[in-house]
Structures are given as C-alpha cells and as structure tokens.
Design a protein around this ligand. Sequence first.
Ligand code: ADP
Length: 564
Amino acid sequence: MDDFTNLRVSPPQSVQEALDLGHVYHDQLVAAMPGLLVHRGDTILHCSATLARLLGYETTESVQALPSAMALVPEDDQHTEKDVYARCLKGLIRSQVRRIKRHRADGSIQWFDQLMESVDWGGQPAVMEMLTLMRPLAANAELPHQEQLLQAAIDAMPNGVLMLDSDLNVEGANSEFYRLWDYPVGMFPPGTAVGLILTYNHSRGDYGDVPCEETVAALCNRFRVKGIYNSERRVPNGRTLDIRNAPRADGGYVITHHDITDRKRIEDELRQAKERAEAILKELRETQRQLIVQEKMAALGQLTAGIAHELKNPLNFVNNFAELSGELLDELLELLEPLNDHLDDATRVDVNDLAGSLQGNLRKIADHGRRADNIVKSMLAHSRGGGGEWQTTDLNGLVEEALTLSYHAFRAQDRSFNATLERRLDAAVGEVKLVPQDISRVLVNLFTNSFYAVRKRQLICGDSTYKPTLMITTETRESYVSVRIRDNGIGMSPAVIEKLFTPFFTTKPTGEGTGLGLSLSYDIVVHQHRGRFDVSSIENEHAEFTITLPRSVTAMSLGERRKT
Ligand code: ADP
C-alpha cells in the first residue's frame, strides 16, 4: 500500500531538500496527487493511472472493467452515492468537495478527499471525481494513545491546523491544512522549519516579487507575537483564509486556518447589493424631487395663467379709458380755448397747470398700463405653450439664430456692450423634432439672462481685463441632444438657484425683469418637450444652464397635457 506517512525521515533543511524528499518519496507523492475517475454512475468512462494505483489495481483497464462505479463504493454508502451521482448527472450538483470511502482492490477501505464535478464527456453529462488520498488512520497506530487521540481530533477538524514548537518547527498538521494550502499531503513532516514552508510558498509565487528572505523573516516574526491574532490571506488557488495564531503555554503555537472564501464572497455580494440599492434610492429621491418641482411648477403655471386671465379685462379697461380720457381732455382743452380770454391770469395759469398734470397722469397710466399688459402677456404665455407646430428642426441653426437675435437686441439697448461668443456646436446633433418657436423663446431668454449677468459683473468689478464670455455647446448622446450655455457673469447663490424656476422670481430691479422667463422656459423644456433643465453656478464665477431634449417626443402640446 502507498502509505508514506509511516516512513520516518529527518525533516528537510532547505527547499531543495524538501523537493529531494519529493523524489525520495516519488511514489508516495504521486499517491498524494489526485486520481481521476469519470463515469456515468453505471459505466466507468475513464480512470487515471494514479487512481488505479491508489486503489491497489495493476492497470487502469482493471478499474474500467469493473461493472460500474458503484463497485468501488462500500455497501453502506451505496444508497446515498447513487442519489448524489444522479443529481450530479442532472447538473443539480455542479461541484462538491467531500470526504468519502472507496473499496481498494484487496477489499480494504481507503478514505479520500473528493472533488466531484458535473462535466460534459463527449456531449453527454458525466461525473468527474478527483480523489486525493487521506492520511489513513492506521498510520497513527504506532503513536501513543494520547497522541493518537490528538491526531484524530485535529484530523477531524473542519479547519486547517498547523502546530509549531517554540522554535517554529512543525510539530504536526492535519490534512485540511494541506488541502487549503494546496501542499502535497505530508510534504512538511514534523521538524520542518516553518521558514522552509514560507520559502516554498515564495518559490511558487505566493508573495509576488517581494524578496524571499525579507518576506520569510517578516512572516516568521509574526508567529512570535505574544497573544492571539487573526490575519486574512488570499492563497493562490483563490481561497481566502482567516488565519489565527494562538501561542501555547509551552511556548509553541497553534495556527488554525479557516476557509472564509464563501463568507467573503457573500459579504462582497451584500456590499455590492447595498451599493446598488443606495444608488437606486438616490435616483428615486432625485426623481421624486423633480416630480415635486414639476408638479409645483405646473400648479404655479396654472395659477399664473388664471390670474393673468382675470387681470386682462380690467387692465384693458384701464388702458382704454386712460387713452380715451387723454383724447377727451384734449377735446375739452380745445373747447375751452376761446374762453381763455375771459379768465383772469391767475385762473388761466391754474387751469393750464391742472390740465398739464392731468395729461401727465394719463400718460403715466398709459405707460404703466402697457407694462402691466406686457407682464400679463408673458403670464398668459404659460397657458398658451404648445401653440406652435412640432417640426423637425436643425437645432444648431436654431441656437445660432437665437444667439444672434439676443446679442443684437441686447446691444441695441447698450451700444457699449461686447461679449466673446464661443461656439462648440456638434454637427452630429443634426435635426431634432421640437417646437422651434418655443425652444427659440427658451434660448433667447437664456442668452439674454447671460448677457445681463456678464454685463452686470463687468459694471460691478470695473476690471478692464475682464472679458464677458458666453460658451455655447451642443452635444448628442444616445437619443438625447443638449444645449449648454455657460457665462462668466455674476453667477447665482444656492438660494437663488433654489427659486430660479418659480414664477415672478427675479433679482433684477423693477422694470428690468418679470421673473417669468425661466419658469416659462422650464414649462417648455420639461413639460412640453419632456426634457431636462439643469443649472449649476458659482457666485461671481459662472452660471451654466443645460437643456436636454429627447430627439423625438410624441407631439403633445402643453395645453393637452394639462387637461389630462
Ligand atoms: P428675469 O430675467 O425676468 O429676472 P428669469 O426667470 O429669466 O426672470 O430669471 C430669474 C432670475 O434668475 C434672474 O432674476 C437672475 O437672478 C437669475 N438668473 C437667470 N439667469 C442667470 C445667469 N445667467 N446668471 C446669473 N443669474 C441668472
């Protein structure tokens, strides 16, 4: 029988000696190699030479000649094994590691560590068993009873155990230790210096490029730490081991190795799942926030439109009667003209003064009435959205047109104003289905706000080197296009950004802004075109507005949407 555990040798002093030991024990080491058996429960398809020898057969053919794989299974285990094989053949067990018994040729029983896998063998499912010889319990028979008990106890442990004496020489190890570290069983017999094991690990590349002596010295020092400590190691076969070093009262050490690969994998999966859940939650919160804003905006838009409607008629009366009163006053003055000579000087001056004041007041009423009329018209634009036609439009062309229009309009009011206009218009943006009239209104509003912001900064800072600049970028991504307008004007505080889309919110002085531009733009982009409106800014540095539109959206006017 290939029983190398009974052979007594002095421990190896070098890696070379350990390897030489491998030669000396050539047969025994081969025995420690996994034997391979492939079968379909009944038919044996393949048996490796190693396995044939481990089972005490002369040739592989003699194993293959057995009536079935069950012939190798002891009576007691046959019922269970049949079931396991059947499940493996059905693919219900993909891979499994167990300890099992098998019949040897002479009828004796041999324990093995078994890795069983379901494999495809010539297009048919088959069971593949890799069998590694376990230390036979009989090998302990020569040891004193207490030692036998101890060896039996550590062999039965599900964890790998390595015992070291106070000089860090191996005193013993169980087969799980050899399995976890992928060492041939018995490679490091009692007396082997632990440094040699570490040197072996280094030679097979466990520690990467770190110099050998340095690594071995550092790891040996770790063993000598007084007190229990745990460390985690990933071994080359992909397992993660939790290694616990516990000093013993006699100066030696017990080092246990716990395979935590599955726990680590589950922890990793849990962490990833948690991260995914957090990301989804964040996205949901953001969507919820946007929905609330959208609803608020829609409600405010309707309110605005309602108020505007109510104001429109009385305002028409005010404007018309102011105009009519002006005309009536002119007529009255004409009629009174011939009577002028009958009035004394003081009365004539009083009459003329009163008539002048009356005319001035009527002009003011007409002026402010016109302003109020403009505001009401803007307010009504909220409810009128979607009035324009949906058209396939060259978006870059529309941006260019709106930019030129806004720039000239702004310069018409302030001839001294100049700004650098940087365009990064991506030709790939091409044509987009939108309502050009409404998107143009959005763009003009954004450009005008930017010109206002850069001009304001120029006037405030008085720095002759300051260059008012607008950068206009268009981009296309998947089924979306975007227009980004960035200016280096006064920027906005977070408090301003918060209220930006609220109707009537303005920071401009009375007469210069209505606070309706962005709220109307938001309605057009988000509700009418199902797009997004994004803003970012740093005060006194920049402001950036990005509108993102779907390339094509079902033509549905804002009016229609609101009715739903
Ligand atoms: P209005 O221009 O009539 O004030 P808007 O709705 O267009 O109305 O703009 C609301 C407010 O948003 C402005 O008063 C201003 O405070 C701020 N704002 C808009 N665009 C910019 C910009 N490019 N830079 C700084 N502030 C801006």
